[in-house]
Design a protein around this ligand. Structure first.
Ligand SMILES: NC(=O)c1ccc[n+]([C@@H]2O[C@H](COP(=O)([O-])OP(=O)(O)OC[C@H]3O[C@@H](n4cnc5c(N)ncnc54)[C@H](O)[C@@H]3O)[C@@H](O)[C@H]2O)c1
Length: 361
């Protein structure tokens, strides 16, 4: 049985006559499909009647993500899960030729929290560029007709993200380029190369540019988690782990719920191909201090919040206007931050109490 989140999305897309039946019988490859966003996408595609293959090297993803709540596998793990490292061109090439999908959703990349990103910049830049370039080239050489790439709001120029309170960014503000991190540069190079792919081949290419995505299945480990899952872990474990917020707490982000992101991704092949990058944000900034108090209140605990100003905090603030997504995809923000955080918190407490997640690595 499909999870509640996926059923709700598919019901909405059906009621809106978006054309979700397009997926029925399609053969689809999801790179990074064992990851946070990828695994939800895989479930939604399977529930829409597609034949879905996943390639992932489990750098951050897990096979647990490809199980339903009742323990059944979302895809046949013996022949539809392909363990492979897309840094290697022959892997990307073999998967594209063997599966020969109607469409590739390319999500595999190194994604991690701020500490990991700033401590591993050369590695991250090199690996993401290799993965993206390998997948694009292999897809073109195999003659695949459609590809969707997920870019990141981390790629916006750092001058536009210096402080909170800025006007929501629009797609055109990406250039002249000056991302703050190697991760942001690598994701921008991916967008650029995806656009070249569209221009110089007959492949249709869709690009979403996502703001900060959160929700169930986001990795909660100390080493590689992003801000929301990391603070949720601290709130669930408190007082055994101190509730330390990195930086001043005044830095702000635009947080978008994973269910809303899956809804957007599903619309792209139907309505958003060859339209350039389409930004997915909520047009609202939330400071990390506001986020911390919301999570403390959801936890129901009396928590002492500590701000560690010696730790990095990244860009000062940003949010994304979603007019283009609304116009082209009919996409909207469907889940409030409070509702999304509550779902994520409940999922995380359940996972932690049952010892189902690795909290260290
Ligand atoms: N989570 C966010 O806030 C966010 C925001 C903007 C864009 N994105 C983009 O969305 C996509 C999915 O992100 P996510 O949050 O689900 O991250 P994730 O880390 O959960 O998913 C990425 C997947 O790629 C896999 N992978 C990494 N290196 C690989 C390799 N060499 N070969 C094969 N597989 C490999 C990982 O194991 C993982 O399962 C990424 O491209 C990311 O840049 C995410």
């Amino acid at each position: 049985m499909a999870s509640m989140m996926i059923s709700k999305i598919l019901e909405r897309l059906t009621n809106e006559n978006v054309g979700i039946e397009w997926y029925h019988g399609k053969k689809i490859l999801v790179t990074g499909g064992a990851g946070f966003i990828g695994s939800w996408l895989v479930e939604a595609l399977v529930e829409s009647g597609a034949d879905v293959y996943v390639v992932d090297n489990l750098w951050r993803g897990s096979l647990e993500n490809l199980k339903r709540e009742d323990g059944s596998d979302v895809i046949n793990l013996d022949d539809h899960f392909l363990y492979g490292d897309l840094k290697e061109f022959h892997t990307a090439s073999k998967v594209c030729v063997d599966v020969f999908p109607d469409i590739i959703f390319h999500l595999a990349d190194i994604v991690a929290g701020i500490d990991y990103v700033f401590s591993n910049e050369p590695f991250l830049f090199r690996v993401n560029n290799r993965i993206n370039s390998n997948v694009f080239t292999a897809a073109r050489e195999a003659g695949i007709k459609r590809l969707v790439y997920l870019g990141s709001a981390c790629s916006y120029p750092k001058e536009l993200q210096e402080k909170p309170g800025s006007v929501p960014l629009v797609e055109e503000q990406m250039y002249p380029a000056n991302p703050e991190s190697a991760y942001g540069w690598s994701k921008l190079m991916g967008e650029y190369e995806a656009e070249l792919l569209q221009k110089y081949s007959d492949m249709e290419v869709g690009i979403l540019r996502l703001h900060n995505v959160y929700g169930p299945r986001a990795i909660m480990s100390k080493k590689r988690s992003q801000v929301i899952p990391s603070l949720i872990r601290k709130a669930v474990l408190y007082p055994n782990e101190e509730f330390i917020v990195w930086g001043s707490g005044q830095q702000a982000r635009d947080f978008v719920y994973v269910g809303d992101v899956i809804d957007a991704i599903l619309r792209v092949p139907i309505k958003g191909m060859n339209k350039g990058p389409i930004q997915i944000g909520t047009a609202k900034e939330t400071t990390i201090a506001e986020l911390a108090s919301l999570l403390v209140s959801i936890s129901g605990k009396k928590i002492n919040i500590i701000y560690d100003k010696d730790q990095p905090e990244g860009d000062g603030g940003r949010s994304g206007n979603f007019n283009k997504a609304k116009l082209l995809l009919g996409w909207d923000v469907f889940t409030s931050l409070e509702e999304g955080l509550k779902h994520t918190f409940d999922w995380a407490s359940n996972q932690i109490s049952k010892g189902l997640v690795n909290l260290d690595d």
